[in-house]
Design a protein around this ligand. Structure first.
Ligand code: NAD
Length: 358
């Protein structure tokens, strides 16, 4: 198979972790006989420094022309003082998602056997295993509504809007994902207060009754979901939710499984095109020191192989290589036990590649 991948390393630890994921993709290409053409383009603060804008037109057109996009992370203190509409996160990530039509964000969170003791939750709470998937709507809701500051500067408003068709589209993705997993969807909203949530609940229930009655569906308020995630995380299979709730709940889920450095994500369009990135940010506090965990980015590359290229065996090979590296006892600082020795970004990446070559 021949595929073109746009590589957007971004800022902070972005270039380090993406570098290791690129090596893993090359190892997959060599082992399975594929050709992945990978070209890097500037995005975020690095692009502001180089071109004056966080999402240069050449970067956007390269993403549009590619078969998939692999992104590190953007942002950092150097660009924090810019007006908010020019800052890397707002001026690069939101337009990228919107212009590429990436409405479906998949964020799997699971406890890896070798890291069972990395969860901050009591061992009896995670004992049954923890493997959930957050399906988050990504191009609607409050992040994409108007953000308005009153003329006197002392009042502000952010608009939250959803249409039934937007809700139905993301709900289909969640029901389809549940059919391939344990067959349960928890739809999270705030229908006791928000009108958008009432529409969300009605639409999800209607679609479920009409087309997905074989999948178990429950509705849950977002405040209860935040509580249940730490009280009984094993009860969840697929969590379906809107943009902002999904942002917050998936970060909470990331902590339950141990480290944010382990969690990949996919942002998909209906035709399978996708942008893949770790869920963490650019971690400026550890950038350039060869200590960042590259596994979330490597696992994001595995999601790319599976969701955009349909290469299930290759994706599994990457996941197994991560499992092997962890089983060998290799730990980056974020997942090492207090005081235990840790491996660097490059050593962890090399261990995954070595396992892939076997
Ligand atoms: P962050 O996720 O970058 O870091 C939070 C904490 O987790 C830090 O202590 C960091 O060292 C640690 N961490 C993150 N990734 C790690 C990894 N792979 N290995 C080991 N430790 C890791 O969040 P933040 O500090 O709030 O944000 C830093 C910058 O990133 C900000 O400019 C923020 O706006 C941006 N950001 C970007 C994205 C994105 O590009 N998608 C997402 C979130 C935050």
């Amino acid at each position: 198979m021949k595929r073109k991948i746009a590589i957007l390393p971004g800022d902070g630890i972005g270039p380090e972790i993406v570098g290791e994921a690129v090596k893993a993709i090359e190892a997959v290409a060599a082992r399975f006989g594929h050709e992945f053409e990978m070209t890097a383009y500037p995005v975020g603060g690095a692009a502001i420094d180089a071109t004056g804008t966080a999402l240069p037109p050449e970067t956007l057109s390269a993403c549009v022309a590619a078969d998939a996009v692999l992104l590190g992370a953007v942002g950092g203190p150097k660009w924090d003082a810019l007006p908010s509409d020019r800052r890397p996160e707002r001026a690069a990530l939101l337009p990228l998602r919107a212009k590429l039509g990436l409405f479906c964000n998949l964020r799997p969170a699971k406890v890896w056997d070798a890291l069972a003791d990395a969860s901050p939750l009591r061992s009896d709470i995670v004992a049954g295993g923890l493997d959930l998937l957050v399906v988050r709507e990504l191009t609607g809701g409050i992040y994409f509504g108007a953000h308005v500051r009153g003329k006197d500067g002392l009042s502000a408003r952010d608009d939250m809007a959803y249409s039934a068709s937007e809700i139905e589209r993301i709900a289909r993705s969640a029901f389809a994902a549940a059919r391939k997993r344990r067959g349960k969807v928890t739809s999270v909203d705030k229908a006791n207060v928000l009108e958008t949530s009432k529409l969300w609940r009605e639409t999800v229930a209607r679609l479920h009754a009409a087309e997905y009655a074989d999948v178990a569906l429950e509705h849950m308020y977002v405040d209860n979901a935040a509580m249940q995630l730490v009280r009984a995380p094993g009860r969840f299979d697929v969590i379906l939710t809107e943009n902002m709730f999904g942002d917050i709940l998936s970060d909470e889920a990331s902590q339950i499984v141990g480290s944010i450095g382990m969690l990949p994500s996919a942002s998909l369009r209906a035709d399978g095109f996708g942008l893949y990135e770790p869920i963490h940010g650019s971690a400026p506090d550890i950038a350039g020191r060869d200590v960042a965990n590259p596994l979330a980015t490597i696992l994001s590359a595995a999601m790319m192989l599976r969701h955009s290229f349909g290469l299930d065996a290759e994706a599994e090979a990457v996941e197994n290589a991560v499992r092997t590296a962890l089983a060998r006892g290799l730990r980056t600082a974020d997942i090492a036990r207090d005081g235990a020795p840790s491996a660097g970004t490059r050593a962890m990446g090399a261990a995954v590649c070595a396992a892939l070559r076997k």
